[in-house]
Design a protein around this ligand. Structure first.
Ligand code: F6P
Length: 322
């Protein structure tokens, strides 16, 4: 491998910059040139690139967002877009690509592999919804950001004796909501992996908490299960509590990455380049527990990731759900 292209695609995640830095510096360490492709697949189609040097990625680990910008490209879904992207790689002399993102990013990499490129994926998403990996870059920072916001909300909910209903991101997955709910000591947590029984999962825990002397309540709703406004209305109808809705939204994607995200991103960036240097292709770098491993992209995309059963059991025990 002589020249590698690196890009970020899909929703950005804190730690993507640390992964870019790691890819660039590992490349240089191994005598490989590294080119940054801006705006994900959109940039590949349009030849939007920037040469990356040791200095150009200096101080990047602690920065949120992605210096290479990110995008969700509609054009790349069509064969013509994929051919144009492959043509850009040919023009720039890129013989390999490292894509940082989620499942959509990995599917795109497979299309480019069919055009003869060597490709490696790195899981970067706050949703932690990549089946082959127990961890994705950005998840820890997003959890911490959400917890910090919810702690602040709790202060005002307590003062006014209200019920806070907080909508947390996660796309179709409930990992973020579940983890945040446990960390915040929520009254109830709703996740898309379990069809909610509102009476049992939300109203009864609120009633029990009230009987125990509590005067404010915190309900966490994963965006994939229902709108927080609907849930708040149901709570109000059943209990007459004064409810307030907060949709945390994109604040969860911002901020300086935590130590965990910086470290995971740095290892994954290193692994991606190491795999390419060893002649490997069509792999996703992943974590299993504390170990860094890699999977064939097609196999990785076919895998399913369920909710963490232990955490779910603990959440139910602590919220008093029967
Ligand atoms: O995949 C990351 C994510 O933040 C999801 O949690 C959310 O559903 C989605 O992206 C939002 O996408 P956008 O930034 O395009 O609104």
């Amino acid at each position: 491998v002589r020249r590698i292209g690196v890009f970020t695609s899909g929703g950005d995640a804190p730690g993507m910059n640390a992964a870019i830095r790691s890819v660039v510096r590992t490349c240089l360490h191994m005598g490989i040139e590294c080119i940054g492709v801006r705006r994900g697949y959109h940039g590949l189609i349009n030849g939007d690139f920037v040469p990356l040097t040791f200095e150009s990625v200096s101080g990047l680990s602690r920065r949120g967002g992605t210096m290479l910008y990110s995008a969700r490209s509609e054009d790349f879904k069509a064969k013509l877009g994929q051919e144009k992207a492959a043509a850009t790689c040919k023009l720039l002399g890129l013989d390999a690509l490292v894509g940082i993102g989620g499942d959509g990013t990995f599917r795109g990499l497979l299309c480019l592999a069919q055009q003869g490129l060597s490709v490696i994926g790195i899981p970067g998403t706050i949703d932690n919804d990549i089946a082959c990996s127990t961890y994705t870059i950005g998840y820890d920072t997003a959890c911490n950001t959400a917890v910090e916001c919810i702690d602040k909300l709790r202060d005002t909910m307590q003062s006014h004796e209200r019920c806070s209903v907080v909508e947390v991101m996660g796309h179709h997955a409930g990992h973020l909501a579940l983890n945040v709910g446990v960390a915040c000591g929520a009254t109830a947590v709703l996740v898309p992996e379990r069809t909610p029984d509102y009476e049992q999962d939300v109203i009864e825990p609120i009633r029990r908490a009230r009987l125990g002397g509590r005067t404010h309540f915190m309900v966490i709703v994963a965006e994939g299960v229902d709108s927080a406004y609907n849930v708040a209305q149901k709570i109000k109808d059943a209990t007459s509590l004064d409810t307030r809705v907060t949709v945390l939204g994109h604040v969860q994607r911002g901020g300086a990455p935590t130590s965990r995200d910086r470290t995971a991103a740095t290892y994954m960036g290193y692994e991606a380049v190491r795999l390419l240097a060893e002649g490997k292709t069509c792999r996703v770098v992943a974590m299993q527990g504390d170990a860094y491993v890699d999977y064939d992209i097609t196999e990785a995309l076919a895998m399913q990731k369920g909710l963490d059963e232990q955490t779910y059991t603990v959440m139910r025990a602590l919220t008093g759900v029967q």
